[in-house]
Design a binder for this molecule. Sequence first.
Ligand SMILES: Nc1ncnc2c1ncn2[C@@H]1O[C@H](COP(=O)(O)OP(=O)(O)OP(=O)(O)O)[C@@H](O)[C@H]1O
Ligand SMILES: Nc1ncnc2c1ncn2[C@@H]1O[C@H](COP(=O)(O)OP(=O)(O)OP(=O)(O)O)[C@@H](O)[C@H]1O
Ligand SMILES: [Mg+2]
Ligand SMILES: [Mg+2]
Lengths: 227, 227
Amino acid sequence: LIETKDLKKIYKIEDVEVPALRGISFSIKAGESVSIMGPSGSGKSTLMHLIGCLDKPTTGDVKIEGQDTIDLSENELAVLRNKKIGFVFQFFNLLPRATAIANVELPMVYAGIGLKERTKKAKEVLEAVGLGDRLYHRPTQLSGGQQQRVAIARALVNDPSIILADEPTGNLDSKSGAEVMAILQKLHDEGRTVILVTHELYVAEHAQRIIQILDGKIVADRAVSNR
Amino acid sequence: LIETKDLKKIYKIEDVEVPALRGISFSIKAGESVSIMGPSGSGKSTLMHLIGCLDKPTTGDVKIEGQDTIDLSENELAVLRNKKIGFVFQFFNLLPRATAIANVELPMVYAGIGLKERTKKAKEVLEAVGLGDRLYHRPTQLSGGQQQRVAIARALVNDPSIILADEPTGNLDSKSGAEVMAILQKLHDEGRTVILVTHELYVAEHAQRIIQILDGKIVADRAVSNR
Ligand SMILES: Nc1ncnc2c1ncn2[C@@H]1O[C@H](COP(=O)(O)OP(=O)(O)OP(=O)(O)O)[C@@H](O)[C@H]1O
Ligand SMILES: Nc1ncnc2c1ncn2[C@@H]1O[C@H](COP(=O)(O)OP(=O)(O)OP(=O)(O)O)[C@@H](O)[C@H]1O
Ligand SMILES: [Mg+2]
Ligand SMILES: [Mg+2]
């Protein structure tokens, strides 16, 4: 269960204020799948960072499973993110000097999982996204879509109950994109909550519900008909 | 006129060889528009870097307007790129600590253009891509699609005769994507050569010709029917 209440985020550049989110309220049930769509600059990534507890709102609140995240310390937020949330960033945020497999192992290191089990799990997830022959490449030695798939693998490796994916197929051809969507679909069928930002309607329609954002506000929130 | 002859590119990771391009030959006439499509990891960005003279092939040759680029010095290549080629990178390659307008002015600084003219031109191009109100934001203060549009603006600012765009709409919603495609179309109508890499067929079909790449080789090269 994810609940946001009148979320506002105002960025400051010197003395200019940029209101990225201007009052966002919604709730998402456990196990729901939701797509967030909207024009470039409308606030989607900002919203994802707030839901994922990577950033704090200027005003308003985010509740995860009934827990008010405003009240949590940095350490408590880090533990919450590591245990419950898998985040696929729009630009991946991979460690540039670590191999694909080391990047994917990182969340498991934080979770205190042992070396043998981490390596086994990281290999499995990388093979599932078609990168079994790229385990020891570093991000600069990978194509754009391969880096994206490493970021996806890393988000899934702690079996999170909430998956937040910001443009997960942006750099993927239709076949790799379909493979990734199939993985997300399977995770959703297992009962996980999946929230994804996308610009592509056919990707958005994999979810049960589409929220449309414009200039930092929700302008539409509809069920996807065939689901 | 761009000509490639049996282009090969082999990357080395320790003692493992990764053959990214395995013999690519084609020629593109001045003023043609070409889309390059293919799966993630098939060699598209590698090919674009070789055509754009940002990297040298392992074997084979790239000829730009009859000039063998293999014979050119680093300085001569830099001048050729600055004068003739506008490159939109898959991940933008913006200077992270410079503003949008400073990033867009950079190619004009290299071309020796004066401050007043540079600033005027940079503002024009940024307004053309819808970023008139984001001139002084730095890349980390811009959304993904806004960063992409800064990269596009920067590629166009020296009025290049060849435009190489690697996934120019990857982070753009359909409206911003259509605006960018309209700009590229107009540049093509003006007689410039446009080569773009894309995963989306509807973007690819804006061109006159589609080259399909698979595992570092060309597997198809067809005219787009309605053009
Ligand atoms: N510096 C490097 N060292 C080793 N291998 C590399 C390097 N750069 C790219 N590769 C490999 O070369 C192949 C081609 O990469 P390239 O970036 O050209 O693919 P692409 O077609 O642009 O893919 P995408 O659509 O995912 O962006 C990939 O398999 C990649 O792993
Ligand atoms: N650190 C920052 N400082 C100032 N303004 C910012 C900052 N980060 C984002 N913005 C602005 O906030 C707005 C929302 O940005 P956000 O990244 O959430 O958009 P988005 O919907 O994800 O766009 P895209 O589809 O292009 O990725 C944008 O107009 C952007 O310029
Ligand atoms: Mg974004
Ligand atoms: Mg690429």
